[in-house]
Design a protein around this ligand. Structure first.
Ligand code: MEV
Length: 394
């Protein structure tokens, strides 16, 4: 596992804007705005860019090291909150992990137009189809492998190919291909694979293709992190650390018990994780769809994080799917490339670990503020900056 080291000065946020940009240019080599015409290559009917502020959380602890994390976000408190938590986390113990980057492609199949099944037939038909699928597995695997040749060269490729019926009438069947996508987000690759598999499946199973597309359920591509904080680190004049820790753990229990609170808890986590996805040119919608699917896996919407007190230690844990790539299409955006350079050119595996620690830090900052003095005081101070800016530009 690569180790990371923050390269920005601790007091980076106190430098004037021009100096911050000069420091970055020095570090990354450049810090360019995208050329106006790049929009044409990225979307249809483009009319320009919609700018979102870009800021940096300096020195987020990551296991033995630390990392400077660029976030693209319009909400004033997000970077300030993560920066505050990063400071506190650096006095504790942070560990992170990530699974292999496995994504799933789906080919949905229906019966041929001239065949009508009775509900009673469906199980028997599925059994026959499953046997046919097994008999053709070798050939179908070959078709999949052809489409994945360059990924196999990079150490990824096909990991599983399965067939199942999806209950209901009219009957539907789905073939799923699990693919290790290495540093890619994988959507393009999986969509191409699904479309290449569809005709082979139609022919082999005698079914009709309904659709072929990846699944945005990235439950096989997860990351997680744990932080252990001594409660003395949470001491504040208004609230002793042990009481602050107890209140954070209780707020965490509230999110476990109530989906209404769990949603807001997770929104706080995603304040960081989505902003990192945007700054690195990733698909934020795919990320969020997968995260909320994971949060609902028990049939009830649950928090992505838990906090508990053990003696004088507050422990926070996070686990979530992180379908983020560090190579591929969106990196045409120079800001995304610069963001990855600033991050120390992480693999997708490392980026997932960074996202997990960031999500946990963001959640900690929110709970610490909410169960302490409340968030409005900090928010209002940041809001005042906007008002001052507006006044100066009237
Ligand atoms: C605001 O953007 C995020 C919070 O609402 C998160 C939370 O309540 O945990 C503060």
């Amino acid at each position: 596992m690569k180790s990371f080291a923050s390269r920005l000065p601790r007091d980076f946020r106190k430098l004037p804007l021009a100096e911050r940009i000069a420091t970055l240019k020095n570090l990354v080599g450049h810090w360019e705005a995208p050329p106006p015409e790049l929009t044409e290559a990225l979307v249809e009917t483009s009319v320009g860019w919609f700018e979102v502020p870009l800021g940096i959380v300096v020195g987020l602890p990551l296991d033995e090291g630390s990392v400077d994390v660029p976030l693209a976000v319009e909400e004033p408190s997000v970077i300030a909150a993560a920066t505050y938590a990063a400071r506190l986390f650096s006095g504790g113990k942070v560990t992170s992990w990530a699974t292999q980057a496995v994504m799933t492609a789906q080919v949905w199949l229906e019966a041929p137009a001239d065949v009508e099944f009775e509900t009673a037939d469906a199980e028997l038909v599925t059994q026959t189809l499953a046997k046919k699928f097994d008999a053709g597995r070798e050939a179908l695997t070959q078709v999949a492998r052809q489409g994945l040749a360059s990924m196999e060269k990079r150490g990824g490729g096909l990991r599983d190919l399965r067939f199942r019926a999806v209950e209901g009438m009219p009957p539907l069947w789905v073939v799923e291909a699990d693919v290790e996508v290495c540093d890619a987000m994988g959507a393009n690759l999986l969509n191409t694979l699904a479309e290449a598999l569809a005709p082979a499946l139609e022919q082999h199973l005698g079914l009709r293709r309904l659709m072929a597309i990846l699944s945005n359920d990235a439950s096989h591509r997860r990351a997680g992190a744990t932080v252990e904080l001594k409660v003395t680190a949470l001491n504040k004049t208004s609230l002793p650390g042990a009481e602050a820790g107890r209140r954070i753990a209780l707020a965490s229990a509230a999110a476990q018990r109530d989906p209404g609170r769990a949603v807001t808890n997770n929104k706080g986590v995603m304040n960081g994780v989505t902003s990192l996805a945007l700054a690195t040119g990733n698909d934020t919608r795919a990320l969020e769809a997968s995260v909320h699917c994971w949060a609902s896996r028990a049939g009830v919407y649950r928090p992505l994080t838990t906090w508990s007190m053990n003696g004088d230690t507050l422990t926070g844990v996070i686990e979530l799917p992180v379908p983020l790539g560090t190579v591929g299409g969106a990196l045409m955006h120079p800001r995304a490339r610069d963001a990855l350079t600033l991050l120390g050119n992480p693999s997708a595996h490392d980026l997932a670990r960074i996202a997990a620690v960031l999500g946990l830090a963001q959640n900690f900052a929110a709970l610490f503020a909410l169960t302490g003095e409340g968030i409005q005081r900090g928010h209002m101070a940041l809001h005042q900056r906007r008002l001052d800016f507006e006044k100066g530009h009237r």
